[in-house]
Design a protein around this ligand. Structure first.
Ligand code: SAH
Length: 213
């Protein structure tokens, strides 16, 4: 599925009007074609600002929420970023344009394989994908400059807090899975953590263990 320049311009306009104003984030979102990450029945809706179903009963997030989360993460070109919840791979692809390296994990092997194939097809070489329960983080590569969680936990998982570098930032939705959640930003200080509430959001839950597919 391909979309014309007018549709893409409208998409960027919508992002801006919903508060995504960081030029680097907008440029990254212009570079990543969302249509590469939405397959099947909903492919023709890739440029609408709404979450859409993907395999394994999961969703690709709403683009304006992706933009606002990416903006809140304040990624710089030397950063090593960990993303929990690969899903379609769309968010990871955007992060890959802003960071030095991205590690992304999902509990569904099937989603990880599909995302990896898309990254290869698009010549994106600075993303490492793996299948695991991401709430444990990734000790082998810790600490991380930035951590982004794209599934909701009741509280920030302890291992992720521990794997954040001092001065590092984590953005994540917290709250019950069936209710409105809060998007929060956690900054690691020398002496503890600083918490900042950004807005309300709705994400699929952060679940334990591996998925069946
Ligand atoms: N960032 C994705 C959207 C994610 S949807 C995108 O850009 O498309 C949330 C994802 O989190 C789902 O794919 C779900 O399988 C995954 N997930 C939920 N709990 C998880 C866990 N404990 N570890 C890793 N992934 C998890």
């Amino acid at each position: 599925m391909t979309f014309d320049a007018a549709t893409k311009m409208q998409f960027l306009y919508q992002l801006r009007s919903k508060g995504v104003t960081d030029t680097r984030v907008l440029t990254a979102m212009e570079q990543v074609d969302r249509a590469d990450y939405v397959k099947g029945t909903f492919a023709d809706r890739a440029y609408e600002d709404m979450p859409l179903p993907i395999a394994c009963g999961q969703t690709i997030s709403q683009p304006s929420v992706v933009g606002l989360m990416t903006q809140a993460l304040q990624v710089s070109p030397r950063d090593k970023v960990l993303e929990i919840g690969t899903g379609s791979g769309y968010q990871a692809a955007i992060l890959s344009k802003l960071a030095r390296r991205v590690y992304t994990v999902d509990r569904y092997r099937r989603l990880v394989h599909a995302a990896r194939a898309t990254f290869e097809a698009k010549d994106i070489t600075n993303i490492t994908t793996f299948t695991a329960d991401g709430s444990h983080g990734f000790t082998e590569q810790a600490p991380f400059d930035r951590i982004l969680v794209t599934a909701a936990a009741e509280d920030p998982p302890g291992p992720l807090l521990a794997q954040l570098r001092v001065g590092g930032i984590m953005v994540l939705p917290v709250g019950q899975s069936d209710a409105v959640q809060s998007l929060i930003r956690v900054t690691r200080l020398e002496t503890g953590y600083d918490y900042d509430e950004l807005r309300s959001v709705r994400f699929v839950p952060l679940l334990e263990g591996l998925g069946q597919e």
